[in-house]
Ligand binder design. Structure first.
Ligand code: ADP
Ligand code: MG
Length: 140
């Protein structure tokens, strides 16, 4: 069992694909164990993406992530980090495999509908960035 952080980004929320995204997770062995709707401030987004602070796209990325509400979730399942990234598809939707979330719903690399953690260490940090222990529920 593993946990990962998933975000339906502001473009995904605007496109009304929250349900579609969660449906794909549930159909593929990933169960939400924490969930909340949040409108991140610019500072919240900068903190979350601090690892990218030196990248040229950092300002645009954090503007975008604070442009509207997101759905933030912790998902649990076997190999959750890898499985979530498989379901998401490549960062650039033009390169994402057919049938992935980004191939099906994303417009561009800037507006790519979903976030997913990339490793166990970052997953733990990202989950605790948004959720306290009481907000993450063991599924029985
Ligand atoms: P991923 O979200 O697939 O883990 P990264 O961690 O590399 O991708 O980047 C974080 C986010 O920053 C991406 O989802 C995307 O929205 C944005 N991003 C990444 N690379 C670029 C780029 N070259 N140009 C614009 N935005 C980018
Ligand atoms: Mg990443």
């Amino acid at each position: 069992m593993e946990r990962t952080l998933s975000i339906v980004k502001p473009d995904g929320v605007k496109k009304n694909v929250i349900g579609e995204v969660i449906k794909r997770f549930e159909a593929n062995g990933l169960r939400p164990v924490a969930m909340k709707m949040m409108h991140l401030s610019k500072k919240d987004a900068e903190g979350f993406y601090a690892v990218h602070s030196e990248r040229p796209f950092f300002n645009d990325l954090t503007d975008f992530m604070s442009s509207g509400p997101c759905l933030v979730m912790a998902l649990e399942g076997p190999d959750a980090i890898k499985k979530n990234r498989e379901l998401m598809g490549a960062t650039n939707p033009a390169e994402a495999d057919a049938g992935t979330i980004r191939a099906d719903f994303a417009d561009s690399i800037d507006n790519n509908v979903v976030h997913g953690s990339d490793a166990p260490e970052t997953a733990a940090i990202e989950i605790s960035y948004f959720f306290n222990a009481m907000e993450v529920c063991d599924r029985v």
